[in-house]
Design a protein around this ligand. Structure first.
Ligand code: 5GP
Length: 188
C-alpha cells in the first residue's frame, strides 16, 4: 500500500481515548475506523462489521495462515485481535484516511510497517494515580479488574517513547485540541 494515511490513537484504559476518537470522526469527514477482527463475543450493542468482525478461533487461524492480517495479538485469556489488510486497503482505495484503535504492541507494529504514512499518538494520563481515580469514578471496575487495568497501564506507559507524539491528557478539551492540530497537519 503506497498511498493512504493512517492514524493510531493509543491510551491506557480510562485515558479518554474513545471520546477523543469520537471527536475526530466528527471533525474529519474522511476519517474511517479500521474494523479489526476478533475472537471475543460481541458486547451488547456491538455490530458485526461495524465495531469488529466477530469470527471464530478457527477462522482467525485460517486468516493468519492466509496472511490476511497486517498485525495481530493474542491476549492472556486467549482472545485474538487483528488488523485486516483488506479492511484498510478497501478504505484507502475509497479515498478515506484510517483511524486505528488498537493496543500498544499492535500500534508499534503498524507504525513500523507504514512509516511516514502513519501518525502514532500516545495519550498519556498525567499520572497513574489520576488514572486510578478516573477509573474508580467511572465505576466500571471491581477491585480485581481495576488492579489488572492499572498493571496493564503501567506496562503500556513504558512504550510511549516509541510513538510519534505523546499527549498528556490533563484536561480532555486541551488534549483534544492538540490531537486535532496534529491530525489536521498530518492529513494536509
Ligand atoms: P475490546 O475487547 O475492549 O474491544 O479491546 C481490547 C483491546 O484490544 C483494546 O486495547 C483494543 O484497542 C485492542 N484491539 C482491538 N483491535 C485490535 C487489533 O486489530 N489489533 C491489536 N493489536 N489490538 C486490537
Amino acid at each position: 500500500m503506497k498511498e493512504g494515511k493512517l492514524i493510531i490513537l493509543v491510551a491506557p484504559s480510562g485515558g479518554g481515548k474513545s471520546t477523543l476518537a469520537k471527536r475526530l470522526f466528527d471533525d474529519f469527514d474522511q476519517l474511517r475506523l479500521s474494523v479489526s477482527a476478533t475472537t471475543r463475543a460481541p458486547r451488547e450493542g456491538e455490530q458485526d462489521g461495524v465495531h469488529y468482525y466477530f469470527i471464530s478461533h478457527d477462522e482467525f487461524q485460517q486468516r493468519i495462515d492466509n496472511n490476511e492480517f497486517v498485525e495481530w495479538e493474542e491476549f492472556y485469556n486467549g482472545t485474538r485481535y487483528g488488523t485486516l489488510q483488506s479492511d484498510i486497503e478497501n478504505k484507502i482505495k475509497s479515498g478515506y484516511f484510517i483511524l486505528l484503535d488498537i493496543e500498544v504492541k499492535g500500534a508499534i507494529n503498524i507504525k513500523k510497517i507504514f512509516g511516514e504514512q502513519c501518525l502514532s499518538i500516545f495519550i498519556q494520563p498525567p499520572s497513574l494515580q489520576v488514572l486510578e481515580d478516573r477509573l474508580k469514578k467511572r465505576g466500571t471496575e471491581n477491585d480485581e479488574t481495576l488492579a489488572l487495568r492499572l498493571e496493564r497501564a503501567k506496562e503500556e506507559l513504558t512504550y510511549s517513547d516509541q510513538f510519534d507524539r505523546v499527549i498528556i491528557n490533563d484536561d480532555l478539551d486541551t488534549a483534544y485540541a492538540k490531537v486535532k492540530m496534529l491530525v489536521s497537519d498530518f492529513l494536509k
